[in-house]
Design a protein around this ligand. Structure first.
Ligand code: UGA
Length: 440
């Protein structure tokens, strides 16, 4: 099948490369000529494990190409995916659909023959209707079916998520379009990935409901973590204890500094705004958004508490800046709020991240960047693990003791245990753990 992927950002690039890997003929299009030129030269603009190799292989096999020529790509395609960004609109938090709508306008005039136009971007309910209206207004003769096919890719694990999905959601009432979507995903459902076919609006809502539910699950365990600290319980044990109940499930129960990234924060806010507008507020999600926002700065207070109540004039070593490991993405990363709050209280910040420092330099001021964890810990009064990169999971405490001013570790991802760190003569503070829990 011939595929045009409009938008070669994170979702477009991963989806395009994976569809090509299934054997389809894919052209990834983008407005940014520099990005396309770089991609043609094998340079991937984002850090995603396995992506470079996948792109390289499929380009070599002639199944994947990059272009700024949307007209040529769309007119040759059986299926056109819209995978452009839907950021939060400045000022009101609604999803900014201007990129989606302008892509629809551009696509409209280049369509030839029956074409399925698929929104892959996360878009509010009803966006598919508007895309359909825009296309038929711009090109009344177009023979087109507009389908919703939300993505469920986690950064850092996107290729695996694409190739081994829990489910594929397709929103359409059109049998021809459904048939083509089944064809495009054929290699997956032959591997027994369920395809759920719903109407378009349902598919659009499934995406928001999934992200809002996961954000709620994380926020729930984060609040339970706070309670654990007060009552002398251990949140990891609580998570295990409830997660083994199949009705609850073990995933997304890791307590931490609050969720971040390019999806949960913007999608939860967009859902809240849409629901408020329709007079059916999703109050639970409203609360989740508020709790998560407060939590990031609360983590800075945790650090200050571990530093005897003040960080003024102290040096704090931050390990991990990105919103999660295996990405260079800093969007809505908890590190941003935590660092700002610590700086407000007079701390000097040293930081290290295996992949995120180039992006961090653009958004963080007055931070000294280090070459590795030990360089970061030089003269530090405390070390704070903000992102659970593998590189931080087996730190050499003897080396840390040599370079640090005070031996204090605040582990916001619970990658260590109190007992093992205490044995290394470090003062240890985790999330949802209490030293009493480890006394026995
Ligand atoms: C999320 C969803 O997991 C994907 O299914 C979805 O397709 C994607 O958003 C999207 O809408 O495009 P992503 O944001 O890449 O993917 O990353 P997640 O692994 O979901 O993590 C999001 C945030 O939650 C991170 O800040 C992470 O540290 C945090 N988190 C996650 C926790 O604090 N605890 C957990 O147990 C899990």
């Amino acid at each position: 099948m011939r595929v045009a992927m409009v938008g070669s950002g994170y979702v477009g690039l991963v989806s395009g490369a994976c569809f090509a890997d299934f054997g389809h003929n894919v052209v990834c299009v983008d407005k940014d000529p520099d990005k396309i030129e770089a991609l043609k030269n094998g340079k991937i603009p984002i850090y995603e494990p396995g992506l470079e190799k996948l792109v390289e292989e499929n380009v070599r096999l002639g199944r994947l190409s990059f272009s700024i020529d949307i007209v040529a790509a769309v007119s040759a395609a059986d299926v056109v995916f819209i995978a452009v960004g839907t950021p939060s609109r400045r000022g009101d938090g609604f999803a900014d659909l201007s990129y989606v709508y302008s892509a629809a306008r551009e696509i409209a005039c280049s369509l030839t023959g029956f074409t399925v136009v698929v929104t892959k971007s996360t878009v509010p309910v009803g966006t598919g209707d508007e895309v359909e209206r825009i296309i038929s207004e711009a090109n009344p003769a177009a023979n087109v079916s507009v389908v919703s096919n939300p993505e469920f890719l986690r950064e850092g694990a996107a290729i695996d998520d694409f190739k081994r999905p829990d489910r594929i959601v397709v929103g359409t009432n059109d049998k021809n379009a459904e048939h083509m979507m089944r064809e495009i995903y054929r290699p997956l459902y032959l591997n027994a990935a369920p395809i759920i076919v719903t109407n378009r609006r349902t598919a659009e809502l499934i995406k928001y409901a999934a992200n809002a539910f996961l954000a709620t699950k994380i926020t729930f365990i984060n609040e339970i973590a706070d309670l654990c600290e007060k009552v002398g319980a251990d949140v990891q044990e609580v998570a295990r204890g409830i997660g083994l109940d199949k009705r609850i499930g073990a995933k997304f129960l890791h307590a931490g500094p609050g969720y971040g990234g390019s999806c949960f924060p913007k999608d939860t806010i967009a859902l809240v705004k849409t629901a408020q507008d329709l007079g059916t507020p999703v109050r639970l999600v409203e609360t989740v958004v508020a709790i998560n926002e407060q939590r990031k700065r609360a983590m800075a207070r945790k650090v200050i508490g571990a530093c005897s109540g003040s960080v003024r004039g102290k040096t704090i070593a931050i390990l991990g800046l990105t919103f999660k490991p295996d990405t260079d993405d800093m969007r809505d990363a908890p590190a941003l709020s935590i660092i700002a709050a610590l700086q407000d209280e007079g701390a000097t910040i040293r930081a290290y991240d295996p992949e995120g420092m180039d992006t961090a330099r653009l958004v963080l001021a007055n931070v000294t960047y280090a070459n590795d964890a030990y360089d970061c810990a030089q003269n530090a009064d405390a070390i704070v693990i903000v992102t659970e990169w593998n590189a931080f999971r087996a730190l050499d405490f003897a080396r840390l003791r040599q370079v640090m001013k005070s031996w204090v570790m605040i582990d916001l991802r619970n990658i260590y245990k109190y007992a093992e760190v205490a044995k290394e003569q470090f003062q240890y503070v985790g999330v949802g753990t209490h030293r009493d829990t480890f006394k026995n």
